[in-house]
Design a protein around this ligand. Sequence first.
Ligand code: SAM
Length: 495
Amino acid sequence: MTAWSRGYVADSPYTASYHPAQVPAHLALAAAMNGVAWRPRERMTVADIGCGRGYVIAALAGANPGWTCLGIDYNPAHVSELSDFADAAGLDNLGVMEADLAALSDAEIDSLPPLDVAMLHGVWTWVSDAVREGIVRLLQRRLKPGGIVYIAYNALPGFGADAALQRVIRLGASMQVKGDSTERAQAALPLVRALHEASAVNLPKTPMLQHILREGEGINAAYLAHEMMTAHWRPVFFADMVEALAPARLDYVGSATLAENLPDMLLEPAQRAIWDDMPEGVARETIKDLFLQRPFRRDVFIRGARRIDRQEALDPIILAQVAHRPEGLPFLPTPRGKAELPKAATDPIMAALAQGPQRLGTLRALPERTLTPEEVLVMLDGTSTAMPIWRPAPDEATLRKARRFNAGAAAFHAAGGVGEERIAMASPLMGAGVPCTPLELTLASQPDIAEAPDAAVLLDRIRPGLEGEEREQAAGIIAHTIRERMPFWRRLGVA
Ligand SMILES: C[S@@+](CC[C@H](N)C(=O)[O-])C[C@H]1O[C@@H](n2cnc3c(N)ncnc32)[C@H](O)[C@@H]1O
């Protein structure tokens, strides 16, 4: 740990990745499903608090020139990288702030612009009480009435089972004298494996332990270090989160994991009966957390919930197809597994989307109303087959800005088009990112991509010097990627 880090891992950088569930266009879906009025506007201020390397907030700035975007983090390595990324991607609407949330004075907080949206992905359960208090003060003083908050964190009781695993990783790492946190987390893994093989009864085979055992040496150790090596890691119950946020005067909206807003899909009849008897809010969520394997919650709160009719909120949402129909669709992805849907209900929906973006109100009416609008949304968004667009006709400046971002992001984060990172390209129609691979970003951002240049020409440009079979294979992958993705890039204003 570095001297200034307050127990958080700061000697090795976090991964740079895009999380589609935290962006305003997606939060609008969670709000609509729960009958709360909220939608993005052309002009608003959006902050990513504890933004890490800042890919999400940068993509939002690139997709929405009218927004003032702000990335806050205390790790100078993250902050300086994000500043360079903002320059490379031409983001004059992204402010990058180096700040320790525990140490921000009220005057410093008050100098920030009032916030329409505050996003906190993977921060709360990893930081000390002092940092949590700083977060709440920031929300209390800067979130506008009507402002929306996304906060994603390790939740109890779901994540409680990993308490022993976290201790073992910290123990194993503490016995390594050399290396940064990432290297020491990696060095702790043989101890984890040895304990598991020797049937350590109090080291349960949780999804996290299964992930560690499955990935072996190939594990993303930077992620593991940030996830498990901080001194203050403490998962929390939903009720405690609500209490902690009370000074910011927030109302709970629902889950940004959309399927979790469908109790019919989540709960067995006996569970549902208990849930039905509970008052809305904290009690119902606490009960849900007892029934579901939910180690990570993605909560949406709002400062002042204005209730509206659900159907009225859902019907105007416009969805655009962003990927081919995944194998095995139709199904609803739920925390209890895949819920089968009748093909007769989903085929007309997919056929309509193939023609172009559609209103949810139109889609739900198609299969003779066998699916609720909430189910249509979860089926399409939950499988990343279609995503919301809230700016169907962007102006030329908005299109240019997104393309500039994509070219800058490709150069900065996707050199040569190689890598497995979960990044995204900015779509001016979605006002958000389309999740993609580094290769897809590199290809989509080629200035002449719409003219479908030859794959071999593109390969020589992106990765010169490949020869023989390797060259042939790489050109094949490029041709296939363009064939598959180009219709969506065109439709989303990317190419
Ligand atoms: C697990 S990372 C998540 C980063 C980012 N939200 C993401 O999902 O990619 C947590 C982030 O919180 C930041 N952080 C930790 N303590 C902080 C503090 N006291 N003040 C500001 N940022 C802090 C870390 O530097 C790190 O970037």
